[in-house]
Design a protein around this ligand. Structure first.
Ligand code: FE2
Length: 270
């Protein structure tokens, strides 16, 4: 099975890039299934029903969340009615689900949405939680396991790879919005520390730079704003899985309307 995963889609510029590129990429790269992280889709904060429909219509099949899942109140019923996950390590009783199992080309494919600890809301231990989830999936005979690890620190993400290499098919990081140059297949597990944002690229993590500059200069709070006009980027990883093993992975990038290209190929380590 061949799968695409777009990282954090940020605001209208991010949605525009998905609309411009995704239908073409699905066709040309022959993708069977597409995922993305939705937590910054609606003006940088959460996801509205309208924007969810808009993205599913572009060809996205399932979306993962993170710390901003809850920013738009209307998300709560959508977590039950749509293919939308929230991190699995929120405590029991929190709405929504963090694991989804789908069937792709006659094979089962499990998606785990996980959230880190560093600078994040107080959730259950991601490492303990994910081990339990992976064990449960293994017991059910599911080999194709994908994890979106929504976390701030690179060390948390790298540690998860070391803990689960050879046991899960893929670990892709989200949340920092900054794409990393470390695409790798390690003992059959595909990995990237962060896919990077899809949205504005000429500011600070997809939002107008004025607010973060002021925040760092003064220590005073300010609300991030996604500009209407900006230079844009599209970022996605493509993964090919066979019997739970990541056989190939590469990264696709596009700048504005200049066309898309393969920006990274995986380093394969045994
Ligand atoms: Fe986040």
């Amino acid at each position: 099975m061949k799968i695409g995963f777009i990282g954090d889609i940020v605001g209208k510029p991010g949605r525009k890039m998905v609309k411009s590129y995704l239908p073409r990429i699905i066709k040309e790269e022959e993708l069977d299934f597409v995922m993305a992280n939705y937590e910054n889709v609606s003006h940088g904060f959460g996801l509205t029903h309208k924007n969810a429909i808009e993205l599913f219509e572009c060809g996205i099949n399932l979306m993962t969340g993170g710390n901003h899942t809850w920013d738009k109140k209307e998300i709560v019923p959508l977590l039950d009615s749509m293919a939308l996950l929230r991190p699995v390590n929120y405590p029991e009783g929190v709405p929504g689900r963090g694991v989804e199992i789908v069937e792709i080309a006659g094979e089962k494919f499990a998606v785990i949405n996980l959230m880190g600890h560093f600078t994040m809301p107080m959730v259950d231990n991601p490492f303990v939680t994910v081990l339990k989830e992976v064990e449960r999936l293994e017991k059910d005979g599911i080999k194709n396991i994908f994890i979106d690890f929504h976390a701030e620190s690179t060390s948390e993400k790298r540690t998860l790879l070391m803990m689960l290499r050879g046991r899960v098919s893929y670990i892709a990081g989200t949340h920092t919005h900054v794409g990393t140059d470390d695409l790798e297949i390690y003992k059959g597990t595909g990995y990237i520390t962060d896919v990077g944002l899809t949205g504005c690229r000429d500011n600070v993590i997809g939002v107008d730079e004025k607010v973060p500059i002021e925040r760092f200069l003064t220590g005073l709070p300010g609300r991030f704003d996604v500009p209407d006009k900006c230079k844009k980027i599209f970022q996605m990883v493509v993964l090919e899985l066979e019997d739970g093993i990541c056989k190939d992975t590469y990264k696709i990038k596009a700048y504005d309307d200049e066309g898309y290209f393969v920006s990274q190929k995986a380093l394969v380590s045994d």
